[in-house]
Design a protein around this ligand. Structure first.
Ligand SMILES: [Zn+2]
Length: 423
């Protein structure tokens, strides 16, 4: 949509201004061959074969597509690829990003296109670096680290303002089958967990496809979040979800039905632009936080993203930049997962990582926080991690064990463990 595009451009311009240097980029124009379609072009350019790229292509070329989104071979088309001038130093400073891994991905992708003879010259010679649009989109977030998917014209006229209430013990939250929560022990008594399932409401997060099904990040992250919430409650923790879905409990389906009716944890409608939506989550957390000063508080943020094309990625973690407590905590979770893989599938290996990342939720959390990425929703192996309900439960269980290790004071599980990371 035009508004969306303008907003994207606006966000991009702001991003450029913030960086105080002059990056300019245009979309790559190409002339298709006979028989090319949008998907075949995306494939030719080694771009993700998903709805965000498809829609971007349509958005860029609206006037040149047939009613059925067919391509005409006599027109030129814009690809969802931005052309930047290469400054001869490095990709990061050429395009104004600071993430080395992403720069490396962009470099590899450029080299691949060169090898496939799609790109005519090495970027070091032509001084042209091509960048798939989502990197810039996600980088324009990186000052803010929010998605800019929504503009405020979606704000509904009426907002429910029911107050957030008690602990999470509502059967509607977990669903019929999982309503009963049997106490295992009290090892997490005195702990408050905020679980933030990345997206929800109008924002589905990343989207993947499998067997003709559209997989929305928010649904899978939510299901794992619920399972984790329930596990933690079994150990006596108080748990608050920043997002709830009034009718999706824990689901044992493989493919999770996509919905947009999620709400904030205080049962208000999810509105505002992406930054405001994240701020609302933080406000919600702060409100509870301030009434429970004597407790230990933890924020666990759960995502499933699609940052790296089709690449398989293991569960990985981000900690709060410069916060050793958060880093230690996340590292215990990582080690727990690593161990689980080692024991259950020794030949598999585990390559999850832990890194600082300046993300909005991490930055604004009033308490120790860990950000978890469960995989790449576009990768077929990772998709199995998400589609199998047992796998979603296993992830929740492993995270629970990690949390117990990181947190327990009185649990018999890890009496010997020092609890040096407590704030
Ligand atoms: Zn996400």
């Amino acid at each position: 949509m035009g508004g969306k595009q303008n907003f994207f451009i606006a966000a991009f311009v702001i991003f450029l201004c913030v960086n105080k240097s002059s990056y300019s980029a245009e979309y790559l124009q190409i002339k298709p061959h006979k028989g090319d379609g949008i998907y075949s072009l995306l494939k030719k350019y080694e771009l993700p074969n998903d709805s965000s790229y498809f829609n971007k292509f349509v958005e860029l070329n609206k006037s040149r597509l047939s009613g059925k989104n067919e391509i005409f071979s006599h027109y030129e088309y814009k690809m969802p690829i931005l052309i930047f001038e290469y400054n001869g130093i490095n990709i990061r400073s050429s395009i104004g990003i600071d993430n080395y891994d992403i720069a490396l991905e962009i470099q590899n992708w450029n080299n691949k296109l060169l090898k496939n003879k799609i790109k005519p010259q090495d970027y070091k010679i032509s001084k042209e670096i091509w960048v798939p649009f989502h990197y810039i989109k996600s980088q324009s977030k990186s000052n803010e680290q929010v998605d800019e998917n929504e503009s405020s014209d979606k704000v509904p006229a009426e907002i429910t303002t029911q107050k957030f209430s008690k602990k999470l013990n509502n059967e509607r939250i977990f669903g019929k089958k999982y309503t009963q929560i049997q106490k295992i022990d009290n090892s997490l008594n005195g702990y408050v967990f905020y679980i933030d399932p990345g997206h929800g409401g109008p924002d589905p997060g990343a989207i993947g496809f499998k067997n003709g099904q559209e997989m929305h990040e928010d649904e899978y992250a939510y299901d794992v979040s619920l399972r984790l919430a329930r596990n933690l409650m079994q150990h006596g923790a108080a748990v608050f979800l920043t997002i709830i879905d009034p009718n999706d409990g824990i689901r044992d389906d493989k493919y999770l039905r996509n919905s947009k009716d999620e709400m904030f944890g205080n049962r208000t409608i999810i509105i505002g632009n992406s930054r405001e939506r994240l701020q609302s989550r933080i406000d919600y957390i702060n409100e509870i936080y301030s009434t429970r000063k004597k407790s230990q508080h933890r924020l666990i943020i759960i995502h499933v993203d699609s940052r790296q094309f089709d690449q398989k990625i293991d569960i990985f973690f981000y900690n709060q930049p410069g916060d050793t407590a958060s880093k230690k905590y996340a590292n215990i979770l990582l080690k727990t997962i690593e161990n689980k893989y080692l024991v259950n599938q020794p030949q598999r290996g585990y390559r999850g990582t832990l890194a600082d990342r300046n993300l909005f939720m991490l930055r604004h959390s009033p308490c120790s926080a860990v950000y978890i990425e469960l995989g790449n929703i576009q990768n077929s192996t990772d998709q199995i991690r998400l589609i199998e309900p047992n796998n979603r439960q296993a992830i929740a269980n492993w995270l629970t064990q990690g949390i117990l290790k990181a947190d327990t004071r009185t649990s018999t599980i890890l009496k010997s463990k020092k609890k040096s990371h407590k704030k």
